[in-house]
Design a protein around this ligand. Structure first.
Ligand SMILES: *Cc1c(COP(=O)(O)O)cnc(C)c1O
Length: 423
């Protein structure tokens, strides 16, 4: 059942085309993999297959951050921010370009969870209101739903999966009624290669006039994600994963029209302005969700990572990331005693697996000892998935465009050895 569907394909509306990367001396047409690796210090001594955890920083991103820290030490933190104001603003502009929104629809955060919370907790729910979500939903969002159910009497409804293991859009359509207050869906779960049909969900949400909050934490930076084409109203993402930004960064995109029904759940001197009497007005755009203080080294580093992604092109990045994911998944599936568990009609660069008779933690530890960075899934981090699939923890391998086929072969050989010694 886990292997239903094709191992590669398009990420809806052909925004990502799968492509053959074999048969040429270059690793990928359009991407100079050798140069990209030379610009990525971590690739010299690690096989980094933990991009779903944190992608490797490039030298240009690292240099941007360290030079800003040096500037802060040299002339003062406030003075450094003032001097770099244009580049700080460029982070918002470039994030907007990346996701197809407008700069005033972007709010900067220190992670994706806080960005998601800023949108979710700014909605109001009353008893009987329904939140429709999916099995792939992320652990912290599920806890937020459960809190809202407890606090406000809202009802959380988990839309079932279809035969591919992705959110069943026909079931979603059926479930929408006058009680539906929000559709909250995760594009790609933390726990597997599934790519949920975000564009179709967006069409359904728009037709029904229901707000759609998309958790795009694992998809932004991995392949093209366009808010206009998806038709979501709010989108959260992190900086450190496939976007290759620094840790401690994230952002929220909010459609301008959604500001009408979102009441920011915290106020702040960045978010609002005192009117001189006993009132205040919110900042005109999505900045109303931000707080005043931020790490500008991180903000600048995030901007640099975004520009690098835009310079390379999200189309070739996505094509290569998905092709490497499919290559790795197929190679692992071909090993006796090894199973992969990625759901969905379209599957991405996240590959989850188990070796018969070898505990997941031991597989991960063995790979780590060989300099191969992987992680493991946590049952409590995808509660609704865990309710129906008793498979976690799984070993999670997540290549990105700068990985090579030779590196994937090394990882597969290491898994094969463990599978061989287990029997
Ligand atoms: C990692 C992850 C998050 C949380 O992102 P943070 O930046 O750690 O807050 C949310 N959703 C998904 C699907 C994730 O994989």
């Amino acid at each position: 059942m886990e292997h239903t569907g094709v191992g590669h394909g398009t990420v809806e509306d052909s925004s990502v085309r799968s492509s053959s990367v074999e048969g040429s001396s270059a690793e990928h047409p359009g991407l100079d993999i050798e140069a990209l690796r030379a610009d990525t210090p971590g690739t010299t001594h690690r096989v980094h297959l933990n991009n779903a955890g944190a992608g490797l920083l490039s030298r240009r991103t690292l240099a941007t951050m360290t030079s800003h820290l040096e500037l802060e030490a040299d002339i003062g933190g406030y003075e450094a921010a003032r001097q770099e104001q244009e580049r700080i603003d460029a982070t918002r502009t470039d994030l907007a370009r990346l996701v197809g929104g407008r700069p005033d629809e972007i709010a900067l955060f220190d992670n994706s969870t806080h960005a998601w919370n800023a949108a979710f907790y700014s909605m109001t729910f009353k008893p009987g209101d329904r939140i429709l979500t999916g099995r792939a939903e992320y652990g912290s969002s599920v806890l937020a739903y459960l809190q809202t159910a407890r606090r406000a009497g809202a009802e959380v409804v988990v839309v079932p999966d279809d035969e591919y293991g992705q959110l069943d859009t026909a079931a979603l359509t059926e479930l929408i009624d006058e009680r539906t207050r929000l559709i909250g869906v995760t594009h790609i779960p933390t726990s597997g290669g599934l790519v949920n049909p975000a564009h179709e969900i967006g069409r359904i949400a728009r037709a029904a006039g229901v707000p759609f909050l998309l958790d795009a934490t694992q998809s932004v930076g991995q392949f093209p994600v366009d808010v206009t084409r998806i038709g979501c109203d709010m989108l959260s993402a992190t900086g450190r994963k496939f976007l290759r930004g620094p840790r401690g960064t994230g952002f929220l995109w909010v459609r301008r029209e959604a500001l009408d029904y979102l009441d920011p759940f915290v106020s702040d001197i960045e978010a609002a302005t005192w009117d001189g009497e006993r009132g205040f007005t919110w900042h005109a755009g999505a900045r109303r969700f931000e707080s005043w203080e931020a790490s500008y080294a991180n903000v600048l580093g995030l901007g640099e990572a975004v520009r690098q992604a835009l310079d390379l092109g999200m189309d070739p990045i996505g094509e290569r990331a998905l092709a490497l994911g499919a290559y790795l998944r197929d190679a692992l599936d071909a090993l006796p005693g090894v199973t992969t568990y990625d759901l969905g009609r379209v599957r991405c660069a996240i590959v989850t697996t188990k070796v018969d008779g070898v505990p997941t933690a031991d597989v991960a530890a063995a790979l780590t000892r060989q300099g191969i960075n992987v992680s493991t899934t946590v049952p409590e981090h995808t509660q609704f998935d865990t309710e129906v699939r008793d498979v976690h923890p799984l070993v999670r391998l997540s290549p990105h465009y700068y990985n090579t086929h030779a590196e994937l072969d090394r990882a597969v050989a290491a898994v094969a050895e463990l599978a061989g010694t287990a029997g």
